[in-house]
Design a binder for this molecule. Structure first.
Ligand code: GUN
Ligand code: ZN
Length: 448
């Protein structure tokens, strides 16, 4: 199955090249092929090779027909850009039903809107329908993998896995652990909630392309017992992930300090409970002290930066260069506090958040981040993130001229860097023409 794009961008890292901006100690360069092709094995859904159209045709299409094998299918995406699928490292699927809720900062927003909506997910029909809607929205935005919060109802995670498994998307989720400081219907006693996660691990972890994350919501809504049990469960599984929130909002940080007056800070609570490590992703990390950055580094704990959420909730400005100087950073939407599922829109807001602090975020750096960079942060870069042979064929076909404005503006560009920057600033779900999961087309933009 050969796809022929006019453009193909394969974002790669190389520790030695001196080409482009430094992210986390590695340099990034886009491998751009003006007239390229991606060769995919339909049966396995894996990438066989990529390169110039001419070379791919000569090596795969012509030889295959000569050997009188199955004819190679050719998909022509001339004049379109083909990129690896986008990866969202922090998003709440049930919150798609209350995205864009007015007027509050984090703690009031949670109490007044979020918990009310999440309480509905004890209903299997709501969980299933919302998981299906949400996953289709991800595909429409070119997102092919995500690390996702469900709700505290185990069936909300099971419904999500069932739908993701059907689509064959690579996804990470788990039941949300909450047993205090939240409405009663969302609280599950510590021992029960951990048994729920263990069941979900047994049923779903590494089944097909699914992965489980132990998911304490944050220090405020879990008792010390629940956090400690979560840490013990994490220690007993090598390949299971852990996700939670950290230091997003000043009132949140003060509340954690009240709950844990004898700890050295917010991160120290998670550290003490055994929640830190290379497979841990903490969303936000805006309000941290130097010893906390040092513990992130020592434990390999990853931070997920969520710019549209930080702006929407008025949480604060994330210091990207500083955080990167200590540990791996990924980028994410955090819908429903985030206001868009588009990773392009998310990059555009990340750029502005850095502008306010006189920091730079280039188009190459940004596009690297939402593909291979996020894959590395999640330790999935052996499977997804670029077009290396034997990786999974998750990719998007992008229409760089999807709107009248994009078409007009692109006509004025002279360099690839410029085109990609305009794409980030002006693009969103409208530029995603098609989304392919493990070689199978799962989304096609409808003609307008
Ligand atoms: N902190 C705890 N829960 C949440 C949540 O659902 N969204 C955000 N943005 N922060 C949180
Ligand atoms: Zn979140």
């Amino acid at each position: 199955d050969t796809r022929i794009p006019d453009f193909l961008v394969n974002l790669t890292v190389d520790k030695d090249t001196t080409l482009l901006p430094v992210i986390a100690g590695v340099r990034v360069y886009p491998e751009y092929i003006a007239d390229g092709a991606l060769v995919i094995d339909d049966e396995t859904g894996l990438i066989i090779n990529y390169g110039s159209r001419e070379a791919m045709l000569a090596n795969y299409v012509l030889t295959a027909t000569n050997d009188s094998q199955e004819p190679v299918q050719i998909h022509d995406h001339r004049h379109k850009l083909i990129m690896p699928g986008f990866i969202d490292t922090h998003v709440h699927y049930p919150q798609i039903d209350m995205i864009a809720a007015y007027g509050e900062q984090l703690l009031d927003w949670l109490n007044n809107y979020t918990f009310v909506t999440e309480a509905n997910f004890g209903d299997p029909k709501i969980a299933h329908d919302t998981a299906q809607f949400f996953l289709n929205q991800l595909l429409a935005n070119g997102t092919t993998s995500a690390m996702v919060f469900a709700t505290s109802h185990p069936l909300s995670a099971e419904a999500f896995f069932a739908e993701s498994h059907r689509l064959n998307t690579r996804m990470i989720t788990g039941n949300v652990l909450m047993d205090q400081n939240a409405p009663e219907p969302l609280c599950v006693p510590a021992e029960q909630s951990i048994r729920d996660t263990q069941n979900i691990i047994d049923n779903w972890h590494e089944r097909g392309r699914q992965h489980v994350a132990i998911t304490p919501r944050f220090a405020i809504t879990s008792s010390p017992t629940q956090l400690r049990l979560a840490g013990e469960l994490y220690a007993s599984h090598d390949s299971v992930y852990l996700q939670t929130h950290l230091a997003e909002n000043r009132d949140e940080v003060a509340f954690v300090q009240e709950l844990y007056p004898n700890h050295k800070g917010y991160l120290d609570v998670y550290d003490d409970m055994g929640l830190l490590g290379r497979r841990t992703t903490l969303a936000h990390g805006i309000y941290l002290e130097t010893p906390e950055y040092e513990r992130l580094r020592a434990t390999g704990t990853q931070i997920s930066h969520c710019p549209t959420s930080n702006l929407f909730l008025g949480s604060g400005l994330f210091d990207l260069p500083k955080t990167l100087s200590y540990t791996g950073v990924s980028i994410a939407t955090d819908v429903g506090a985030g206001t868009s599922l588009s990773m392009l829109t998310t990059l555009s807001e990340a750029y502005k958040v850095q502008q306010l602090q006189s920091n730079q975020l280039s188009a190459h750096q940004g596009l690297y981040q939402i593909t291979l960079g996020n894959a590395q942060s999640l330790l999935l870069d052996d499977k997804i993130g670029n077009f290396m042979p034997s990786k999974e064929a998750d990719f998007v076909v992008i229409d760089m001229k999807a709107t009248a404005l994009l078409e007009r503006r692109m006509a004025q560009t002279k360099t690839l860097e410029e085109q990609l920057f305009v794409l980030i600033m002006l693009g969103d779900d409208r530029v995603i023409e098609q989304t392919i999961i493990a070689g199978q087309s799962r989304y096609r933009k409808s003609a307008v």
